[in-house]
Design a protein around this ligand. Structure first.
Ligand SMILES: Nc1ncnc2c1ncn2[C@@H]1O[C@H](COP(=O)(O)OP(=O)(O)OP(=O)(O)O)[C@@H](O)[C@H]1O
Length: 182
């Protein structure tokens, strides 16, 4: 049976950011080609001998430097948030080297509606859906943690310098006690 493109349990999506001003000014060379139809990224090694084949990587979806926050939300995030609203679990995380655009994609620019990222767009999506629903109760819980250099901080806590401890319980597994829980 053929599967729809959003039916995989885990989807890996790559987004390539545009050159920064600094990279433009220093005439950095683009070595990537993004094929969003095939979900492929081709990497050209400028130092490789001419007969060496280029490296091609295939993902569930790829987004190039002209992709917008809306493209990413509508095609990748919206279906997952919809399924969460129907009671399924869902996780979105951004992974990548420093400066590659994780914060831009997840958070974006708050004072420009077109540049808002996954977090504000999914909040808007969830609360719009809740406001339109009648005869149904929702419970929305939120936490915002930073893990940096092996230390965990609760960014919703007034004292966000306080380090949280990693704990383990037979009932919940591994957890941290956030400000809301303590
Ligand atoms: N898709 C994009 N379009 C335009 N600008 C982008 C895009 N992605 C990232 N940028 C810009 O590139 C720079 C680096 O991005 P960002 O801070 O999101 O990287 P990061 O992966 O979160 O880095 P770090 O791991 O160091 O926190 C920022 O100036 C950001 O605005």
């Amino acid at each position: 049976m053929s599967k729809g493109k959003n039916s995989e349990a885990v989807r890996v999506v790559v987004r390539c950011r545009p050159f920064s001003k600094k990279e433009e000014l220093s005439a950095c060379e683009n070595i990537l080609e993004v094929d969003d139809k095939l979900g492929q990224i081709t990497i050209r090694n400028p130092k490789a001998p001419p007969d060496e084949p280029m490296k091609v990587f295939t993902f569930d979806a790829v987004y190039g430097w002209t992709s917008t926050q809306r493209d990413v939300y509508d095609e990748v995030i919206r279906p997952l948030v919809e399924s969460v609203l129907h009671g399924f679990n869902g996780t979105i995380f951004a992974y990548g080297q420093t400066g590659t655009g994780k914060t831009y994609t997840m958070q974006g620019v708050s004072n420009d509606p077109d540049k808002r990222g996954v977090i504000p767009n999914s909040f808007q999506h969830i609360f719009t859906q809740i406001s339109r629903t009648q005869n149904q109760k929702y419970l929305v819980r939120s936490s915002y943690l930073e893990i940096y250099q092996e230390e965990i901080r609760d960014l919703l806590c007034k004292d966000n310098n306080k380090k949280l401890e990693l704990k383990e319980s037979p009932d919940f597994g591994i957890y941290v006690k956030t400000c809301l829980l303590s």
